[in-house]
Design a protein around this ligand. Structure first.
Ligand code: CAA
Length: 328
């Protein structure tokens, strides 16, 4: 029988416009949650830094971990520039208020190059490092030794199977996917991925954590690309193939999708934003090994994409991809 709290949650959920969000709300109401106050994030790139920022903004104590102080400094720069952007809007006429907003959030952020040892106080570890199964497994195996028993492990992988990463640990029931979107402070969605082993408490705790971050969680099984990338990546590749076949120009495809379909960015702008190496990595993995996607034309290699990646034209982060950002 549903408890009173869950009936209230049901009523609240029904009023919400996002059906998926409502489903996630119901799932939480049906189970216990474990508080998440201390978060350790591995990786201080765009995604890692974004996850650190939104967790700190929600009042968590967050440790940002990377291998070198230089990498951490880059992550801190990403966070500061994003916070200043928000502060400028929030405290337009109040420079002291803006500074205090930034300072308060930065005070919740700690930095470490100590690897797994940085997670000894963590309620939750979020991994946002390089998309390499062996490297991720190695990190989680070390974390399994170093982190307390109650610590929940989550990976922000965009394309690897969560269960494959979890295999490196003895806590598969406390392992899940937590997939954020770029730019993390701006994008409201988080996909929460449960494997066959993820416990209800862990799943519900992660849904609650997302809500504490003022994000809208949706849940998905441990399938290639989950929901968003499963739809988005083949769409990006179809755009590339339209251009490869000479049917339309890059600029016209982008204009078409922005003005004809209401997308905030065209597919080529978005591919440059996500990173062409990332798009290539995802389709190559699926084409050779993806459940239900192996060998499918939808995710077949593309000469245009491969040539750009080989030339080091990776999109915005390298200054050039489908577009040249140095000239923009
Ligand atoms: N930090 C804080 N705020 C940010 C921000 C950041 N890093 N980036 C953008 N914003 C805020 C801006 O301050 C602005 O806020 P207001 O509307 O309150 O003024 C708002 O976002 C819009 O920003 P801009 O005006 O600068 O630019 P824009 O209107 O062109 O929007 C965008 C930029 C939000 C990136 C928008 O173009 C967009 O939504 N693009 C699509 C992004 C997308 O699809 N992301 C998912 C990629 S897939 C992925 O991430 C998953 C994966 O695994 C590959």
């Amino acid at each position: 029988m549903l408890a009173r709290a869950s009936t209230a949650a049901l009523a609240q959920a029904v009023r919400r416009p996002l059906l998926a969000h409502a489903a996630a709300t119901l799932a939480t109401a049906a189970g216990d949650v474990q508080p998440i106050k201390n978060v350790t994030v591995f990786g201080s790139g765009l995604m890692g830094a974004g996850i650190v920022q939104v967790s700190a903004q929600a009042g968590c104590q967050v440790t940002m971990v990377d291998v070198t102080p230089e990498a951490l400094a880059k992550g801190e720069k990403i966070i500061l520039s994003s916070l200043k952007r928000t502060a400028k809007k929030k405290y337009a006429e109040d420079a002291a208020g803006a500074q205090s907003f930034v300072d308060q959030i930065m005070a919740n952020i700690h930095q470490s190059t100590e690897g797994a040892q940085a997670a000894t106080k963590a309620d939750l570890v979020v991994e946002a490092i390089v998309e390499n199964l062996t490297v991720k497994q190695k990190l989680f195996a070390a974390l399994d030794e170093a982190a307390p028993k109650h610590t929940i492990f989550a990976s922000n992988t965009s394309s690897l199977k969560i269960a494959d990463i979890a295999e490196a640990t003895q806590r598969r029931d406390r392992f899940a996917g937590l997939h954020f979107f770029n730019p993390v402070p701006q994008m409201k969605l988080v996909e929460v991925i449960r494997t066959r082993d993820t416990s209800d408490v862990v799943f519900n705790s992660l849904l609650q954590f997302c809500r504490d971050l003022k994000k809208a969680p949706v849940s998905c099984k441990d399938t290639p690309g989950f929901i968003v990338n499963r739809l988005l990546v083949p769409y990006l590749m179809e755009a590339v193939r339209i251009v490869e076949r000479g049917e339309a120009s890059i600029a016209d495809v982008d204009t078409a999708m922005k003005l004809g379909a209401g997308y905030p960015m065209g597919p080529f702008e978005l591919a440059d934003f996500v990173g062409l190496d990332t798009v290539k990595f995802i389709i190559d993995g699926w084409y050779t090994n993806g459940d239900g996607l192996k060998g499918k034309e939808l995710v077949a290699p593309s000469k245009l994409l491969n040539d750009l990646v080989t030339a080091g034209k990776l999109g915005r982060k390298s200054g050039e991809g489908f577009y040249n950002y140095a000239q923009k």
